[in-house]
Design a protein around this ligand. Structure first.
Ligand code: SAM
Ligand code: SF4
Length: 358
């Protein structure tokens, strides 16, 4: 089994694949005004994603996270999960979703072999939820959480730690208040067997208009409220979260602290955008264009629908795999030592999170 290392000796075994840049929500820190819809041609097809998956697995990627935009708005999402899951070498395929369409697709995802479902949910306050996401869908998402928890898959809730009190002026009609909402989120892990994870807001795209809650301070508050909370050394997945257990709780609490607990020295991931650009780090625009390789340099045709994939039917084509491999290895070798979120002037990634996949 291959083991891929970057130039600093970090093992790279995790790839996030964004399968669409469309979404049915309008989160204030992600895509408040929607996105300019790119032509369907620009987005990688199922077979093209499969080809990248085969190559990645051969290099040493073991875990794939399917993300977006909202992955469940793409009609072939479950089929994609199934294909990625059946790729030799891939051990786990998980998905990150806003949960709005999840209930409808839970059985198909289970049938496709999904290993874990991350549901993004920043608040349990219905009004605030609507103001953050632009949609009154908290009830729908909570119903999906309940149903997912009754299935034999791992369920995680992801909440971005937004410091509403320090929000800058220029982010439109921003929500305000609910600084103490974290405790309601923590209580979800008492009731359900879920990992509730708090994610520090990162200054990417519209995220730049927001301040993050400092997780060191959040942890202090949590320990005050739950004095018996203690660090959990059990491995919960492939990511950088630090987990805590609270006696009597069915689930755990996780903190992902990209800003105040920089974990770059242990970073194990690369990201594939929906348009086939492989990024070794979220913070910088550098990467390699795999779509150019997948399409043998073809340009977008004048009319939609006249496009034929040069490797039709054969994602494992030897020549294609050789070229993809070279490009992916090159991207991994160029993986920077660390992000520079603390020095915003040096961030070169200008795309929104929706285009990168979070
Ligand atoms: N639509 C899906 C969802 O919301 O889970 C998948 C895509 S979304 C971009 C992936 C994750 O990135 C979500 O949990 C979202 O809250 C998070 N996210 C978006 N912008 C962020 C930012 N600036 N900082 C931290 N997390 C962010
Ligand atoms: Fe959509 Fe997810 Fe972005 Fe919210 S965070 S707008 S749900 S892609």
């Amino acid at each position: 089994m291959s083991n891929m290392k970057d130039a600093l000796g970090r093992t790279i075994d995790y790839m996030r694949i964004s399968i669409t840049d469309r979404c049915n929500l309008r989160c204030k820190y992600c895509m408040p005004y929607g996105v300019e819809c790119v032509p369907r041609w620009d987005i990688l097809s199922l077979e093209e994603i499969q080809a990248v998956g085969i190559c990645a697995a051969g290099l040493g990627i073991r875990h794939i996270k399917v993300t977006g935009g909202e992955p469940l708005v793409r009609r072939d999402c479950c089929q994609l999960v199934k294909q990625l899951k059946s790729t030799p070498g891939i051990e786990k395929v998980t998905i990150t979703t806003n949960g709005v369409l999840l209930e409808r697709y839970l059985d198909d995802l289970a049938e496709a072999g999904i290993d874990g479902i991350n549901i993004s949910l920043d608040t349990l306050d219905r009004d605030l939820y609507q103001r953050i996401t632009g949609t009154d869908a908290l009830g729908t998402v909570m119903e999906a959480v309940r149903r997912a928890c009754a299935m034999p898959v791992s369920v995680k809730i992801n909440a971005v730690s937004i410091d509403f009190s320090q929000m800058e002026e220029d982010c439109g009609e921003c929500p305000a208040g609910n600084q103490d909402g974290w405790q309601q989120m923590v209580e979800l892990a008492r009731e359900y067997p879920v990992d509730v994870r708090f994610i520090e807001m990162m200054p990417i795209g519209y995220g730049k208009n927001f301040k993050t809650i400092n997780h060191r301070e959040l942890l202090e508050e949590m320990v005050k409220a739950y004095p018996r909370m203690e660090e959990d050394d059990q491995v919960h997945g492939f990511g950088p979260a630090v987990y805590y257990r609270i006696p009597g709780f069915k689930g755990s609490i996780g903190l992902i602290s990209a800003i105040h607990g920089k974990f770059c020295s242990d970073c194990n991931r690369v990201r594939l955008t929906s348009q086939g650009y492989l990024k070794p780090c979220l913070c910088y625009e550098d990467g390699v264009d795999l779509r150019r390789i997948l399409r043998k340099g073809q340009e977008r045709p004048e009319e939609e629908g006249h496009y034929r994939w040069p490797y039709a039917g054969c994602p494992s084509d030897e020549g294609l795999q050789r070229e993809l491999r070279k490009a992916m290895e090159q991207a991994v070798l160029c993986k920077p030592a660390a992000h520079c979120f603390e020095r915003p002037g040096q961030i070169t990634e200008a795309h929104n999170m929706i285009a990168i996949g979070g």
